[in-house]
Structure formats: structure tokens, C-alpha cells
Design a protein around this ligand. Sequence first.
Ligand SMILES: *Cc1c(COP(=O)(O)O)cnc(C)c1O
Length: 438
Amino acid sequence: MIFFSTSKSSTPVSLKRATLEGLAPDGGLYVPAEVPRFSAEELSLLESGTFNNVAFSIARKFAGAEVPLDTLSRLIDECYGFDTPLREVGEGTFVEELFHGPTLAFKDYGARFLARMTGYFAAEDRKMITVLVATSGDTGSAVAYGFNGIPNTRVVLLYPSGKVSRLQEQQLTTAGDNVFALEVQGDFDDCQRLVKQAFVDPDLKRALTLTSANSINISRLIPQSFYYAWASLQLSRRFPGKPLLFSVPSGNYGNLTAGVLARMMGFPIGHFVAASNANDSVTRYLSDGRYEPRQTVRTLTTAMDVGNPSNFARLLHFYDNDFRKMGSEITGISVTDGETIETIRSVYERSGYIMDPHTAVGYRALEEFRRARPGDGYPGVVLSTAHPVKFDEAIMTAIGAEVPIPEEMKAVMDKPKKATLIGNGYSDLSRFLQNLDR
Ligand SMILES: *Cc1c(COP(=O)(O)O)cnc(C)c1O
């Protein structure tokens, strides 16, 4: 399959090039030249398939002849050895739990696939790819665990000292031998600045093949369509003929964009609710067609605190820059911190189900969407992006109870921390990177 840039001024590339480059040379984001379609017959065959069958059938359409099918199938099995349960928490309302991967957040779906595709393509070129990421928490741990032990790859993670939770720090600093954690004496902005500087450093460019692993990489986006496809096939059997709603807690809008991709491929999805917190640039765009990104504001749902979402360029591309067209398939709803806490509490009181704050934003937005359209009775899926234990303070505030730590997590807490302390000037980082091969 061929991919081109949303900025349209660089040459189209293969999946391999798009994966290894991340961002297109013209600064745009890679999108498929043509989105593959599933026929009605293919869809009905997939209905009885496993999650990994569905994932494989999508991945092969994007990979084409670039990855042998038996290899692709093995890579998918390595990625997704965990469950993707759909829990019914109310009449026709389902929570799709995307937090059963190793770091208990949905970013595992994208990071694990990206890691294996990167490793496969790097091995073809007999190259060592160095993934450089600045993280304030969740992306970094998904990337660390995703690339853990993948040949031809290594990861260098920069995180701000003392500014991530203990659980996050354990996840960042205890992965395998090809994952290097750098504890930066500074804040997250320092980490980001250092990473940017490394990417434009000509000396480094000669020494290493650097890449980033943020949500702009097409190989992180494609796998996020898997769980939309899977859920839509499960539920269309149960609710035949009813258009399915998906409510998506959004920050950079990569997750939502992957849903749009699944819908374009022909999976039975009716409409999207794009749920945001106070960072509502896209919500406002959907109401009046004006895109005016604002300064990021801090909320309870920190993973969604994005003032200028990176994947918005892809959404514009898929909807021909037409906000009415986008609005006919996506409704934006913004939720306050107070409503988020209230939702965690009311869902818990009604059903005993504990949801993390990001999921609660999605749940609340779905409720609001339905309230404005009584009688539709559409089944709805809220994507649950994180395990509640990751945001236990908010849960304590909402319901006054602690979330039990899952077994997998307890093991991580006991591992010895392995990190290198560096200053917030560029020389420490550059020295570390230059010495990686010595
Ligand atoms: C990253 C993240 C989000 C936002 O996802 P986007 O793809 O950036 O929109 C939502 N919830 C959690 C827990 C996350 O880690």
C-alpha cells in the first residue's frame, strides 16, 4: 500500500518508509492513498473470528506484499496476547476495556504493533533503529514495553525527575536491555526540547538512525482500528441493523482517527462521539468550522490535555476539510472535571463498575449525546483507555475507595530501577547518544 503526506508535497512512500520515517519530510502526516474496503462477505466471515483474526485481516491490507503473511500473523500474536473485553454497564451501553496490556493503558495496542513493524523493517535493512521519546508518563511506558526485547531496535526515554508517579517511573525504568531511561533534572518541556534538538543535530544524524514513536506514526494508528472493528463485529450480531455509536476520550485524536479509518474500511459503525475535557479545540471546530487551538489547560484527565491535537490534520484530510461533513459522523462534546468525578461516582453507585477518569469523560459524553436524541436506542461503546488504578487519586475523590492493584503491576513495583540521571542541557543527552554504540 502507498501512503502520502497530508501536506502533499513529499513523494508517496511504502508502509516501510512511512513507519521508519514517522513524520513525512514536508512535516505532514502519512495517510493511506486509498483506504482498503472489506466486502460484506469478508465482514460476515470475520464475525466469528478472534480479535487476532480481525487484526490480521486489517493489517494484511495495509502491509500488502511488504510483510510475508506468516510473519505478519506471528507478529500480531506477539502483540496481542491479552483480552479486549466488552462489558455491558447499562442497557445497550458497553465499555470496551483497552487496558489489559502490559502497561494497563490503550497505548499498548499502538506501541506494540509499531515496535514489531519497526523491528521487522529495520532487520530487512540490517539497521539499528534508535527510538527517542520524551514522556510525561503513559506513552513512554507503552513504548518501553512495546520495544522491550525487539531486535534491531532500542529505546531512549527522557522523563522529568520527580514528576511522574512511582508506578509510572517503575514502568519506565524496569524494561529490558534495549530500553534506556534518562531521568532529566528538569520538567517535561525540557525533555521535549532536548528530543527536538537531538532530531536536528547533524552529528547525531551521521551516527544513529533516530525515529520517534509518538502517535503521528501510521504504524501506531493502523492497529488502533483493530478494536473498533472487533467491537463493531461483536455488537452488530447482537443488535442487527442498528448503527453503533463509539464514544472516544480524546487528546491528540489518534484514537478517534483510527475509528474513522475502521468505519471507512466498512466495519458497521454508525457515529462517533468525540469526548474532550476543557481542551476543546476540536469540539469548537465541529460546532462552527473555525479551528483556533488554544493554550493547553491542566485537567483531571491529563492524558487528554492537548491544546493543538496532532492527528487533527488526518481528520481534516479524511473529511476533505469540510466541518459539516466531519460533523455528520462525529459529534464533539466537552466534559468538565466536576462532571467527570460525578460520572465515576454515579456509574459506581448504579452498577459497581469503577472507571478511570478518561473513560468517565467518554461515558458522560455518550450520555449527553443520547439525552439530546431520545428514543434512538442505539447501542453504544465507550472506549476505556486506562485502568482505574493508574488514576487512583481521582477514584478516591469520587468514590472514597482504593482500587486494588492488579497482580501484573505488583511485579513491576518490585523490580530494581535502572535509569541514568542527566542535566537539562543538550551536552549530557548528546554524549549519552553518541556513546550508545561504544
Ligand atoms: C493517550 C490517552 C488518551 C488520548 O488518546 P488520543 O489518541 O491522544 O486522542 C486518552 N486516555 C488515555 C488514558 C491516554 O493515555
